[in-house]
Design a protein around this ligand. Sequence first.
Ligand SMILES: Cc1cc2nc3c(=O)[nH]c(=O)nc-3n(C[C@H](O)[C@H](O)[C@H](O)COP(=O)(O)OP(=O)(O)OC[C@H]3O[C@@H](n4cnc5c(N)ncnc54)[C@H](O)[C@@H]3O)c2cc1C
Length: 293
Amino acid sequence: MLGDAVTPEVAAAWDEVYWLLACELIAREARLYAGAGVPEGGPVWRDWRVTGRARESADVVSLTLAPADGGAAPGFTPGRYVSVAVDLDGGRGQQIRQYSLSGRPGAGQWRITVKRVRGERGAPDGMVSGHLHDRVTVGDTLRLSPAFGEVDATAGDGPLLLVSAGIGLTPAMAALAHLADRDPGRRVTLAHADRDAEAHALRAELPALQQQLPNLAVHLWYLDAAGADLPGLKAEVSPGLIDPDRIPLPAGVAAHLCGPVAFMNLVRAGLLRRGVPAERIAYEVFGPGMLPG
Ligand SMILES: Cc1cc2nc3c(=O)[nH]c(=O)nc-3n(C[C@H](O)[C@H](O)[C@H](O)COP(=O)(O)OP(=O)(O)OC[C@H]3O[C@@H](n4cnc5c(N)ncnc54)[C@H](O)[C@@H]3O)c2cc1C
């Protein structure tokens, strides 16, 4: 396409750049595998048995998973996610998607919590989330990668702010369970936005977590706040969209955000405006198409 512009020197330079980049990416991949505990040259994918399945809301299920070979489920840093490979029927082949670990690190099993993605305006329903909802039951086997990710949802040792919307709560739930085990005195604020109390998956776990974490403050925003009371949960519940100006911000707070991109942009801008330094705001993006709700 470039024709005569590609002199032998230009071609040689491109060749060198290509291989430098390739070597860097290969080395980076190797470091990621090593960091995830994969032995050099060892298999990345592992079979996991579905040991439990729980319906968390109309559109959300949790799957509990244990290594099929009877080995122990590795611990993980809250905020990490796994890749799940499924073979779809109808000639759709293998598909791989990422799911944040939503259970307690060190529990001996892993848990993922999956929202069914419904196609909108004529688009097809989500392939893998639909498969996990409709086809996968207790006793089935799933292929999982090790836990990866660079975001620690419990980073630092000062006040922690976990902000989530919809299914973006999964890393926050792992973070709360981890802190309940390891640092129960930590000052934590959970600010979560959802359609309503019924759509708020894993909400039923909050009262027990609040018992274990006496300094956990819960702030909820529901578009429809009717019927939001939950016995045993002390929470400030507000109707409507999240208001970043009303999120409590103790000095030195570190924040972790997870939700639709527009939601995170709004919250991040609010935190920056109120003086939280950018380097103290971590966030996880569930993919460009992450849907609200
Ligand atoms: C790091 C990370 C962590 C994540 N953690 C979680 C988690 O904890 N829980 C969770 O539920 N999800 C999580 N996700 C999202 C998850 O990985 C999937 O993206 C999600 O389940 C949707 O996958 P799917 O196969 O069901 O949808 P897909 O089949 O990939 O479809 C995605 C979207 O594309 C649309 N679409 C597909 N085909 C077409 C077409 N031809 N024309 C127009 N539109 C189309 C669909 O309607 C849908 O809206 C995470 C993602 C990442 C990256």
